[in-house]
Design a binder for this molecule. Structure first.
Ligand SMILES: Cc1cc2nc3c(=O)[nH]c(=O)nc-3n(C[C@H](O)[C@H](O)[C@H](O)COP(=O)(O)OP(=O)(O)OC[C@H]3O[C@@H](n4cnc5c(N)ncnc54)[C@H](O)[C@@H]3O)c2cc1C
Length: 458
């Protein structure tokens, strides 16, 4: 169930390592998930080099020379990602003869009798009895503005668009009010600034600032030294932090985490990545409304929990309030007859889903499989960083030590650190690896103690 990034990465690794037959179902007409409806200026937040499925490269591993991504590995646009998943389905999966794809088909639940699939074209129903397992690749699915009704009222006369609507405005805006503090809002503000909009004509309703990774340290291949430095500093912070906020500040001191406003405490964390150039651009927007919840948009004012804020005539409101990555309640990945795909790596769903598929291909009992794949939950709250780090590091350490999973993990293109062993002559790589090996035990012990500590307000 689900042919987004999760379902596609899972099926690709599963059919490569087992003789399983797969029925792949999605209510959208083709694979790709939320990317099919994404705003037109979206790009991957990470390099294409480690996104997608194991068996096929995405992009050409070029380093960009211009724009906000200059100096970093290329990041695919939504059309590139959608075309990629269409090719993966046609050329990697259907050609095995063991995968069938049912698009425009809704999964309406399962019982002992089977799973009900309903065609969204003609309403016909099919009952499917899975021979081996049901894979839920919808549990961590993305929520995006263009597919969601905002949870605030909009009165007649006020213009509200999703970021998708910005490229199709009926009339030019006098001012833009961007609502939301997450990555979609950040992308929207960067895009408006890049399109030449004066920062004074942008107002930003941003309740909680997020910690974000500096893109310099998320690079693979020849730039993998930075990624290894991030891992080492992460382990160092995990070994010493007293709570989630302290964890964030330690990574900021190590120059791995960045924030938009240097004087506002970041209370959110969803694992997003940004460049220093983008941060500098965002800092030019000075009209920031510190409110977490907009409840009503009138032509003349915005109602928020912090009070009523006046609007200007000709204002266009941009809804960026969908959470993107949803906070989920963790559940065992492997249960009798079912697999629920969740994050088991820190923030990378393709690597997570492929890992789960490879672990499924082993003959291990479910208890051992679950030990190798503890779910990593993004609650969106920076206070939960120790909890997230604990699950992520436990899983990474267990898989690295496993005789079957460890070598697979080192070799997969979805692992950002894949090139590390080819760069051991780089002292940055060798020193970071040594640090990680020597301090992971201390880090896990400290996280075990602090993961439930709630930071005091500062
Ligand atoms: C703007 C944006 C940028 C991002 N960038 C990155 C990035 O750079 N790197 C990264 O690792 N992550 C990124 N993410 C996180 C993102 O969540 C994942 O990359 C990924 O695309 C999510 O894939 P998914 O398959 O889990 O969910 P989705 O893409 O939401 O796919 C789920 C699929 O399940 C189908 N479905 C749901 N319910 C049913 C049902 N009952 N019956 C049939 N079908 C059903 C849906 O139609 C959908 O196609 C980004 C997220 C957003 C929103």
């Amino acid at each position: 169930m689900g042919a987004g990034a999760s379902g596609m990465a899972f099926v690709d690794t599963l059919v490569a390592n087992t003789d399983a037959e797969v029925v792949l179902v999605d209510r959208r007409h083709r694979p790709g998930g939320h990317w099919l409806d994404a705003y037109p200026f979206v790009r991957l937040h990470q390099p294409s080099a480690y996104y997608g499925v194991e068996s096929r490269s995405l992009g050409r591993d070029r380093i960009d020379h211009e724009g906000p991504n200059a100096g970093f590995y290329e990041r695919a646009s939504a059309p590139e990602i959608c075309a990629y998943y269409a090719d993966v389905l046609a050329e990697q999966l259907l050609t095995t003869g063991r995968v069938r794809f049912f698009g425009m088909t809704d999964h309406r639940g399962g019982s002992r009798d089977g799973h009900l699939l309903v065609s969204l074209l003609d309403g016909s129903e099919t009952l499917v009895r899975p021979r081996r397992k049901v894979i839920d690749a919808t549990y961590v699915q993305s929520e995006i503005p263009s597919r969601r009704v905002p949870d605030f009222a909009v009165e007649p006369g006020a213009t509200l668009v999703s970021p998708n609507g910005l490229v199709d405005l009926g009339e030019p805006a006098k001012r833009f009010t961007v609502i939301g503090a997450g990555k979609t809002a950040i992308d929207t503000c960067v895009w408006l600034l890049d399109a030449g909009i004066d920062p004074d004509r942008i107002r930003w309703v941003r309740g909680r600032d997020p910690w974000q990774f500096d893109r310099t340290f998320t690079q693979p291949l020849d730039l993998v030294g930075g990624y290894l430095q991030l891992q080492a500093r992460w382990v160092e912070a995990a070994a010493t932090a007293t709570d989630g906020h302290d964890f964030g500040h330690r990574l900021e001191d190590a120059e791995m985490f960045v924030r938009i406003d240097p004087v506002t405490e970041p209370l959110a964390f969803r694992g997003a990545t940004i460049s220093r150039a983008e941060i500098n651009a965002l800092r030019t927007i000075e009209n920031v409304v510190r409110a977490r919840r907009v409840s009503r948009i009138r032509r003349t004012s915005l109602t928020t929990e912090a009070g009523e804020v006046p609007n200007q005539p000709g204002e266009v409101f941009v809804d960026c309030t969908a959470p993107g990555v949803r906070a989920t309640v963790p559940r065992p990945v492997f249960a009798p007859g079912t697999i629920t795909i969740q994050y088991v790596t820190p923030g990378l769903i393709p690597w997570s889903a492929a890992t789960i598929a490879f672990v499924e291909s082993t003959k291990l009992p479910d208890e051992e499989r679950n030990r190798l794949c503890p779910p990593v939950v993004f609650t969106g709250d920076a206070a939960d960083l120790p909890q997230l780090a604990y699950a992520a590091m436990q899983g990474l350490a267990a898989r690295a030590r496993h005789e079957q999973v460890g070598p697979w993990n080192l070799a997969t293109r979805l692992n950002p650190a894949k090139a590390a062993l080819d760069h051991l002559d780089d002292p940055g790589v060798a020193d970071s690896l040594t640090f990680i090996v020597e301090h992971t035990r201390d880090a896990l012990a400290n996280l075990e103690r602090t993961r439930t500590t709630r930071p005091t307000a500062s």
